[in-house]
Design a protein around this ligand. Structure first.
Ligand code: NAP
Length: 264
């Protein structure tokens, strides 16, 4: 099997990265940074997010597994003390694959027929550079509301524990192929009105955001920030692609939620 190991870049993660690499080579696996079948990340959820983007063009052929050198992560749920066990699992045992849904974002520009397509593992956010964002929110082809406020966040189920949670969104189990729209400080008064609650859309519903005011728009896709002069629309839906995680032992999602946010 072809593998690679990525690191957050700090000393602890780099040392562990080298150890895992030599163990796997000793087991006869092949190191291949270009086309790995297994990507082991060492660091945190942010490290796995980066690895996802590095290999997003070969998701069907790649399985991910994350080790955390800091706090327990949602994607990085192995601890450094378990590295020997994990390496033997990778080298010797057939592993189970668990697939999580992704978000597809298509950005269309004013006066340009070309569009940009992105995949997000956590979320996409849209904000204006100056003042409020004013945007039509269309769901399944119908105008649902005109949003006025700081911005909107559209998250995947596995991203629901990240930015979305800080915005008061619900935590969704990653087996639910869906996207969640949550508001950032919407203006609600006699003139402007939004639903004010996070919305969860199923796989077959598309959300189309059409900014109405003449402002520069900032779009984030996970940890990447894209600056745009004028956006005609931003279309979000559940992507056809999925991310594949290698599972070597059960670690139920709700147990991870409890250990991350309540107590160990
Ligand atoms: P960062 O600002 O350095 O760290 C963001 C934090 O979110 C880190 O502690 C990271 O965990 C954690 N995280 C990432 N994905 C998560 C997930 N699915 N569930 C729970 N926690 C998660 O930024 P970054 O490391 O480049 O990550 C980018 C992410 O930051 C974005 O996708 C967004 O979700 C999140 N973010 C959150 C807020 C907020 O909560 N107010 C604001 C902006 C962005 P690790 O420490 O394990 O890497």
């Amino acid at each position: 099997m072809k593998f690679t190991v990525t690191s957050r870049g700090d000393d602890v993660s780099n040392t562990l990265q080298q150890r895992i690499k030599s163990y796997l080579l000793e087991f006869g696996l092949t190191h291949d940074e270009e086309a790995p079948e297994m990507v082991v990340t060492v660091g945190g959820d942010g490290t796995l997010l980066q690895a996802f983007h590095d290999y997003s063009d070969r998701l069907e052929d790649t399985a991910f597994v994350g080790i955390h050198t800091g706090h327990l992560g949602f994607y990085a749920d192995w601890v450094p003390d378990e590295v020997e066990k994990l390496v033997i699992h990778i080298a010797k045992t057939p592993y189970q694959i668990v697939e999580y849904p992704l978000l597809e974002v298509v950005i269309r520009h004013e006066g340009n027929v070309n569009s940009e397509r992105h995949l997000a593992l956590n979320e996409c956010t849209i904000k204006s550079f100056e003042g409020s964002l004013v945007s039509n929110v269309e769901i399944k082809g119908d105008v649902f509301e005109i949003f006025r406020g700081d911005g909107l966040c559209i998250s995947t189920p596995s991203g629901s524990t990240a930015y979305n949670k800080a915005l008061g969104g619900a935590i969704l189990h990653p087996s639910l192929a869906s996207i969640q729209i949550s508001e950032m400080a919407s203006i609600n008064n006699r003139v402007y009105r939004t639903v004010g609650s996070p919305l969860v859309l199923p796989q077959h519903h598309t959300c189309l955001l059409k900014p109405l005011n003449d402002v520069d728009i900032q779009v984030t896709i996970d940890h990447y920030t894209l600056d745009h002069k004028r956006i005609k629309s931003l279309q979000c839906r559940v992507a056809e692609e999925k991310i594949r995680f290698a599972r070597f032992r059960p670690f139920p999602f709700w147990k991870r939620v409890k250990e991350s946010f309540i107590r160990e």
